[in-house]
Design a protein around this ligand. Sequence first.
Ligand SMILES: [Zn+2]
Length: 126
Amino acid sequence: MTKLAATGRRQGSGDVSNETRWRRTLAWLRAQFPPRYPTTVRRKSITDYANTTFDNCRFRIVIDRDAAPAEALDALLHEWAHCLTWHGNDVDNHGDEWALAYGRIYRAHDAWAYGFEAKATNGGDK
Ligand SMILES: [Zn+2]
């Protein structure tokens, strides 16, 4: 993916640690947007920002360990959309189907707020 500028999106409850946000987001993605193949996510020092590969019938997402927390989360949503729209072509394909999947994930994640806000509506849950 290409490097994104820092975004001004809200971060949910202010006292929640970045590590908690990261873990909850990953569990939320697995529950709400399950890929067709097992998917592992790692944080490592890498030269690109994030990448996804497919081999041995599993997706492997790697996110740069040095990315700022908000950037790492955006990268995770971006890469997750690749896992949902992969059809045996280049994994790093940013066509219409990928863009729609990324938009759906991004908007749902923004509304979800890490599960900490009152569930007055069912907007964040399916
Ligand atoms: Zn990409």
